[in-house]
Design a protein around this ligand. Structure first.
Ligand SMILES: Cc1cc2nc3c(=O)[nH]c(=O)nc-3n(C[C@H](O)[C@H](O)[C@H](O)COP(=O)(O)O)c2cc1C
Length: 304
């Protein structure tokens, strides 16, 4: 059996497969289909300091080979999280990562500080790429100065593993990856959703209450793969790849492009066992091809 272990910052993950934020709730939703100890990690729902209702309905729309969402970071805020959700998460035998969001730099800093005191949360994923909120989110992730400011401020108060989640809605994603590395991030994850929209021609109305939303699923995979490949060549910190990964081959493509780990998002809505199937699939592939570890194929396309 091949060695599937990988390192992200100070964490050693048992395998490179992680559940993506916003698509696995707090894990409980998927427990009927898999045990969390089969996964490298789980990134729970986007969390904010305060309770958020999210955007008005409708906030999901199906598209060709993908979906648009405009959920808008609906969550009950950090107080509720700490009292009601954290105790269950602390029972999981996997790395639990919280996706951190805010309207201002101070929000991100305060929330990161709060989370750093929770022993069972091993890392944060700083979401500077949410396309579905009026303030914060993608505004930080598409402006180099703002990205630097928020990453640097969070790094000062958070000394566990810091992952920065990058937006694909930029001309050059490597610029933001370099800024993340320079400001002390341990890893970058990409991509968040691509900004898109859909119209219902019969009703002559936009399909989402917010008009625009974030596109995910197989439709975005070639764009995500290209960005992961570019980023892995531009920085030395680990790159976590995601965007339209539906099966083992998709995950292998991201790893071969240079991703140290991958995240499974929209695929879990279609087949909730995708993440564990991908773990098994990567293992079988490595065995069949006689690779003793997953590290052997990371970025292999650049060597072949
Ligand atoms: C319904 C939904 C909610 C999401 N919520 C979040 C979130 O709270 N924080 C975040 O960083 N990304 C969020 N995302 C983005 C995903 O984590 C992922 O980056 C994106 O969907 C691309 O991966 P995929 O094509 O595998 O789904 C959400 C995606 C969907 C579909």
């Amino acid at each position: 059996m091949a060695d599937l272990r990988i390192k992200i910052g100070s964490l050693e993950l048992r395998n490179p497969v992680i559940l993506a934020s916003g698509t696995c709730g707090y894990g409980a939703e998927l427990e009927d289909f898999m045990s969390m100890d089969q996964l490298g990690g789980i990134i729970v729902k986007g969390t904010t300091l305060e309770h958020r209702e999210g955007n008005a309905y409708p906030r999901m729309a199906e598209t060709a080979s993908g979906m648009l969402n405009a959920v808008g970071l609906q969550n009950k805020g950090i107080d509720y999280f700490e009292t009601n959700i954290y105790p269950q998460l602390a029972e999981y035998d996997t790395h639990v990562i919280v996706n951190v969001n805010g309207n201002t730099v101070e929000d991100y800093v305060d929330l990161s500080r709060r989370i750093s005191s929770l022993d069972a949360i091993h890392a944060i994923e700083l979401n500077i790429s949410c396309p579905n909120v009026k303030r914060g989110g993608m505004i930080f992730g598409t402006n180099p100065g703002s990205a630097r400011e928020v990453i640097s401020a969070v790094r000062k108060v958070y000394d566990k593993t810091l992952i920065v989640k990058l937006s694909p809605n930029v001309t050059d994603v490597t610029e933001f990856a370099r800024i993340s590395q320079e400001e002390g991030a341990d890893a970058v994850s990409l991509v968040n959703t691509l900004l898109g929209m859909a119209i219902d021609a019969r009703t002559m109305r936009p399909k989402l209450s917010t008009v625009t939303g974030g596109l995910s699923g197989p439709a975005i995979k070639p764009v995500a793969l290209r960005m992961v490949w570019q980023t892995a060549r531009a920085v030395t910190i680990p790159v976590i790849g995601l965007g339209g990964i539906m099966n083992t081959d998709d995950a292998l493509e991201f790893i071969m492009a240079g991703a140290t780990a991958v995240q499974i998002g929209t695929a879990s809505f279609i087949e909730p066992r995708t993440a564990t199937m991908v773990v098994q699939g990567i293992n079988s592939f490595l065995d069949k091809k006689d690779f003793d570890s997953v590290g052997r194929i990371t970025g292999i396309i650049n060597r072949n």
